[in-house]
Write a protein that binds this ligand. Structure first.
Ligand code: NAP
Length: 271
């Protein structure tokens, strides 16, 4: 895992657990690489014989130009979080969309993303991947963000990259409460509700009882949004599964086995 800073990363816990569980040779390390050192740092990883790496803030966008090939999702969300090194070439992927979708499918394998609009709160880095994933599933998307301009840029870039226009409708942040009628999924991708951050204020009155509510914030595991949704009888999905599932494709590419996600691993990461 490369990033800057890198101390907070949970990825070494996940990957080293799987390396032991599936009896693979190897070690997963967190390496701090400053933004100006990215090119040399990555060349060093190639020279040292690494099979690949994950990337976090602030390298996800810069890796787009360093990679020799990119998967379609990395292209459409404009960020790389997983790299395979083969014969000195860098192959870039983005697995956050997979992580988000698999987390919901772990709750309901046949979840129908086309059954109604998905409301996405927030237009930051995580929202980009989630919206790319939802577009791939043909879900109509309603996007709302405190800074409307960022939502507009995201929607424009992502629909252009995905080759599909018109799939994202933008709603002003102040009108978010009224965007929930007839909605299939509500997802919070803002940092609101996270420990140490302000609360997420959103009135759920108009949300249909059947709508699934998910929050990608996982600290606390059950955010205020999820608590309120649960009280109203909505199905809820916590955010920790996205973190665990996004790690799976990288492990499969480096070690040749698709690892599973378990309650044990979830508890290990949340400890
Ligand atoms: P980011 O790029 O910094 O985006 C932050 C988002 O939160 C932006 O949409 C921002 O709106 C919004 N926001 C922040 N403060 C706000 C406020 N006071 N009122 C309204 N909106 C506010 O962050 P990110 O990388 O997308 O991550 C967002 C959250 O998701 C973090 O808590 C992160 O830990 C979590 N996350 C979880 C996973 C997972 O696997 N479960 C993966 C990635 C991220 P503006 O555009 O107006 O600033």
């Amino acid at each position: 895992m490369i990033g800057h800073p890198i101390g907070h990363s949970k990825s070494p816990i996940i990957h080293n657990y799987w390396i032991a569980k599936y009896e693979r040779a190897g070690l997963y390390e967190a390496i701090d690489i400053a933004p100006d050192d990215l090119h040399d740092g990555v060349q060093g990883l190639i020279k040292d014989g690494y099979a690949g790496f994950n990337a976090t803030i602030p390298h996800k966008e810069a890796l787009l130009t360093l990679c020799d090939t990119l998967d379609p999702i990395a292209k459409s969300c404009g960020a790389v979080n997983t790299v395979v090194i083969r014969d000195g070439y860098l192959h870039g992927y983005n697995t956050d969309a997979f992580g988000f979708l698999e987390n919901i499918r772990a709750y309901k394998p046949d979840f129908d993303f086309t059954a109604g609009p998905a409301v996405v709160l927030g237009a930051g880095g995580a929202a980009r991947a989630i919206i790319a994933g939802l577009i791939n599933e043909n879900a109509p998307i309603i996007l709302t963000n405190r800074t409307r301009e960022k939502a507009e840029i995201l929607a424009r870039e992502i629909t252009q990259n995905a080759g599909q226009g018109g799939a994202v409708t933008i709603v002003d942040w102040k009108d978010r409460h009224n965007a929930l009628s007839g909605v299939n999924v509500l997802v919070n991708t803002t940092s609101l509700g996270m420990v140490g951050q302000a609360a997420l204020e959103i009135a759920l009155d108009q949300l249909p009882q059947t709508a699934l509510v998910t929050d990608i914030v996982y600290s606390p595991l059950e955010t205020d949004l999820l608590k309120r949704a649960k009280e109203r009888g909505h199905p809820i999905v916590t955010g920790i599964g996205m973190l665990l599932h996004q790690a799976r494709p990288g492990f499969e590419k480096w070690h040749g086995v698709m690892p599973d996600v378990s309650k044990f691993l979830e508890d290990l990461v949340l400890k």
